[in-house]
Design a protein around this ligand. Structure first.
Ligand code: MTE
Length: 350
């Protein structure tokens, strides 16, 4: 793993590792933590469901496992800061980690549907947002605060949203949120709250720092909207995972491989690679879909000339939207959602 921070732990796999399998092995799955991994006493652990509900619930892991139907979803998680490194050449982003294209990974998640638990609690009139709280306490906030966030009710009750206790068929590991985490497929990873202890039905979005202040798209130039746009569905993106930036290769046919992903219920429709700065594009082959909430791996054979070549990739979605060419056009003060064409530069010598 490429470790951006040891405490709290923040790390991404080398890009080529993500290209190997559509389902990312647990030990290669990126980790994004805002606080130390909490020590959870599994015997004492309970999930509280409260707020605008008819019946408050206190559920043990056994209650969840035996009292609700089990569901499985293949879902990609993607951090809002994925590919931030590509924005740093435009302007510096102080205090934020320079994530490469590896702040995203895909797993098979099993648990129960959040909708089933909310149905058991019974939502009261006025419930419009579902807030999640973890038991890790973030020192990034003054005063320190447990990590949290929320999603609007319509997404919270969608069948793909899970309270997950399993990842790739194994018990959820501590670093990924054991014993229970939320998985909100198609939304920025920040909403998939780990070490979950409380679910609260609210009339308004959560006031937690990571919902109300962080994870917002601020304008490049501070203006009339200093609060920014709260980030939710993941916008269309793609990246080259192989070859790596700076690789030295033999000239001739080279396999270029990567991922494309879009959240919010849209689908990746096409991926293209350019060797000439976007004048011409070659279509990549999309790998078979692992499910509507998973990334698509893609491959293309590129005929690289001798010397230096910059390979660029862009994806298109099913609304015929595509990615912007330049990081300059999407630069923002926190470095979120770098959706610009991803590029790697390689050198070919006999
Ligand atoms: N949940 C808690 N409790 N604490 C956190 O710091 N980080 C969030 C989210 N859930 C976080 C959290 C962010 S920003 C992301 S991108 C994902 O978890 C990362 O999940 P992973 O570490 O399992 O890849």
């Amino acid at each position: 793993m490429r470790v951006h921070h040891a405490h709290p732990y923040n790390a991404e796999p080398p890009p080529a590792v993500l290209a190997e399998q559509v389902i990312t092995p647990v030990d290669a799955f990126y980790v994004r933590d805002h606080a130390a991994v909490p020590a959870v006493d599994l015997g004492a652990w309970r999930l509280t469901v409260d707020g605008l509900v008819e019946r408050e619930l206190e559920l043990s892991l056994a209650d969840l496992r035996t009292g609700f139907p089990e569901r499985t979803v293949v879902a990609t998680l993607q951090c809002a800061g994925n590919r931030r490194a590509g924005l740093l050449g435009v302007r510096d982003i102080p205090g934020e980690d320079p994530w490469g294209p590896g702040a995203t990974s895909t797993a098979v998640w099993s648990g129960t549907g959040l909708a089933d638990v909310l149905t058991r609690a019974g939502l009261r009139a006025g419930a419009a947002h579902i807030a999640f709280q973890g038991c890790d306490v973030s020192m990034e906030v003054s005063p320190p605060q447990p990590y949290g966030g929320s999603v609007p009710l319509a997404k919270a009750v969608a069948p793909e949203v899970l309270l997950a206790w399993e990842m790739n068929g194994e018990p959820l590991p501590p670093v990924h949120g054991a014993p229970l985490r939320v998985v909100v497929p198609g939304w920025i990873g920040a909403r998939s709250v780990k070490w979950l202890t409380r679910i609260t039905a609210l009339a308004e979005p959560s006031g937690n720092y990571y919902q109300a202040i962080a994870y917002r798209m601020l304008p490049a130039v501070p203006g009339p909207d200093p609060d920014g746009i709260p980030l939710g569905p993941v916008p269309l993106n793609s990246a080259i995972l192989r070859p790596g930036d700076g690789d030295r290769l033999a000239p001739g046919p080279t396999e270029v491989a990567g991922y494309a992903y879009t959240g919010g219920g849209r689908a990746v429709a096409r991926v293209e690679v350019s060797l000439d700065g976007g004048t011409t594009w070659q279509r990549a082959d999309l790998g078979s879909p692992a499910g509507p909430w998973a990334w698509r791996h893609w491959r293309a054979t590129a005929r690289l000339p001798a010397g230096e070549t910059t390979i660029a990739v862009r994806a298109w979605d099913d609304a015929a939207a595509t990615q912007p060419e330049s990081p300059r056009s999407v630069w923002n003060p926190k470095g979120y959602a770098n959706t610009s064409w991803h590029r790697v530069t390689v050198t070919c010598r006999e």
